[in-house]
Design a binder for this molecule. Structure first.
Ligand SMILES: [Zn+2]
Length: 243
């Protein structure tokens, strides 16, 4: 279950953990194309974005994001090197530190938050079809276990708004990686479902996986690359462990 706000949606299960502050933003709270380009070129967040995130109690001075490249690199961060992370190529970030907001930008790709309720560790994952084919969600769970000692059964997962199976038409070749759904001789992938499957295979309990059914292409409150074209803005997906 998710709650709607002016800014986007929040997972009730993540909120109920008590130690996590998070948001899957809508387009109005997201960044427009110009701001997104600024971020990509400077590895710096525009001042206006900082201000609005600060109002939601995110510690923007410590904010961390990577250069997303549709790969399977994962960074684990601590307080020592947060500034160095910016510009690093990676599609998932894990931290156990308080007051370090981690951000993933998306349009149609799947944003996933993971939170270990016992060890109080969080992760943010960016999974488009390439990342999903590379099993990035599984790899993040494994890294949480290997590196931080998480037990997958303690992980709560929230899968945010992304392009739905209703709209995500693909070439038949992607059948190499995914279960394709056929409709009117066309092929579709359910990216959210594929990621959910990976999480379950990695030991996350199905009842602990919460999926938003918002399709970014159908729902105009969200940016969609497929609908709006290359010059579209981005949703801000942000999660932070509270002090
Ligand atoms: Zn749709």
């Amino acid at each position: 279950m998710f709650i709607n706000s002016n800014e986007g949606i929040e997972s009730i299960s993540l909120r109920n953990l008590g130690f996590v502050n998070h948001l899957f933003s809508n387009r109005y709270f997201g960044i427009d194309f110009k701001e997104y380009n600024f971020i990509r070129n400077n590895f710096e967040i525009p001042e206006t974005t900082y201000e609005k995130l600060a109002k939601l109690n995110f510690r923007v001075d410590n904010l961390v994001f990577s250069k997303q490249i549709h790969g399977d690199e994962i960074i684990a961060i601590d307080k020592v090197d947060i500034k160095k992370i910016r510009g690093t190529e990676a599609d998932a970030i894990i931290t156990k530190e308080t007051n370090i907001p981690i951000v993933i930008f998306t349009t149609d790709c799947v944003p996933i938050f993971l939170a270990d309720k016992e060890k109080k560790i969080v992760a943010a994952v960016h999974a488009g079809w390439r990342g999903t084919a590379l099993k990035i969600a599984s790899k993040v769970v494994k890294k949480m276990s290997d590196y931080f000692g998480s037990s997958p059964s303690n992980i709560i997962a929230a899968i945010g708004p992304s392009i739905g199976v209703c709209c995500y038409e693909v070439q038949q070749e992607l059948g190499e990686f995914f279960l394709l759904k056929m409709s009117n001789e066309k092929f579709y992938i359910d990216l959210k479902e594929e990621n959910k499957k990976q999480l379950i295979e990695s030991g996350v309990l199905e009842e602990n996986i919460h999926e938003s059914f918002i399709c970014t292409q159908c729902n105009h409150d969200f940016y969609s690359y497929r609908r709006d074209g290359a010059n579209t803005g981005r949703q801000i997906n942000i999660i932070q462990i509270k002090e």
